[in-house]
Design a binder for this molecule. Sequence first.
Ligand SMILES: CC(C)(COP(=O)(O)OP(=O)(O)OC[C@H]1O[C@@H](n2cnc3c(N)ncnc32)[C@H](O)[C@@H]1OP(=O)(O)O)[C@@H](O)C(=O)NCCC(=O)NCCS
Length: 290
Amino acid sequence: MDIHLRPGRPDDVDAIRAFTAATFEWGDYVGERYLEWLEEDDSLVVVATDADDRPVAVSRVILVSATEAWFQAARVHPEWRRRGIGSMLGDHMISWARDRGARIARLLTEDWNVAAIAQVTKHGWRPVARFAYVTQELGSEPQPTSNGGRRVPGPERLIPAPLAEAEPAWMVWSTTGAATVAHQLFPIGWAFRAMRIDHVRAAARRHELWQAPSGWVIGTSNEQAWHVSWVATTDGDVRRLVRAVVDRAADLDAHRLTMLVPRWEPLMDAVTDLGFAVSPSTVYALALTA
Ligand SMILES: CC(C)(COP(=O)(O)OP(=O)(O)OC[C@H]1O[C@@H](n2cnc3c(N)ncnc32)[C@H](O)[C@@H]1OP(=O)(O)O)[C@@H](O)C(=O)NCCC(=O)NCCS
């Protein structure tokens, strides 16, 4: 098989868009993000090409800290699958990350993705954290206290949290089952890394840390959606906090509320009861030994 690996180039974009357009039922994001990935520091976009230098597969790795690598966007042209190309890309990115000092590599895959799971577990990757992408189209949530069809806000409001709230938020998160299920990881976008209190402080400085009596969340606005990437609360308070999150998103006139959060049972029970769609995914990790 005449396959070569090389760094991705801007002129590969059309070929990559073409073979990734129908990766999933909903399409793919790789074609849209490819060119910006080529510009990013501490990262590698690797392309596998056929004998005529035409791209037939692509993947990307980025160092999310000095010791942590994040693998993303493995895509093999449907006609070129099961020939070891995904594995070649993986091996290449592992060497790249290890040579740059990474000690651990991680990736996320949805739990239905049998091919991706089989491929990575064959190469020694192990599941470490259970997450879920949960979504709700706003206005569609059940109305537990509805009044003539109008949404009645819950008892609590989320307000921006000052920097001083980072420490209590961190302490609550660190001692709950959420941190355990998350394996102490949290996402920035879709890239997970080990969480430190400094990440909570940074969120407060960006005005993305929110508080209510029942807990704290990190939430950001993007493309008419409100996105929550971190939830710190207790078993007993989680429902009130999720209710406050829904109200906050509605107040912002967001069309959609999304969360990428650990599958901590009290949190999953709360989002399910409030009518969120839940899509389970798992973070896999591989130790990069010398
Ligand atoms: C996942 C993907 C990248 C794998 O690429 P690939 O080049 O086909 O994988 P490889 O040929 O290196 O497979 C290596 C091993 O993985 C396992 N595997 C790969 N695809 C599989 C499938 N569809 N079903 C079961 N096992 C599979 C097998 O053990 C295989 O070894 P074998 O062929 O000797 O049995 C490819 O299927 C793909 O592009 N899928 C769509 C995009 C995607 O889901 N990406 C991952 C997102 S997290």
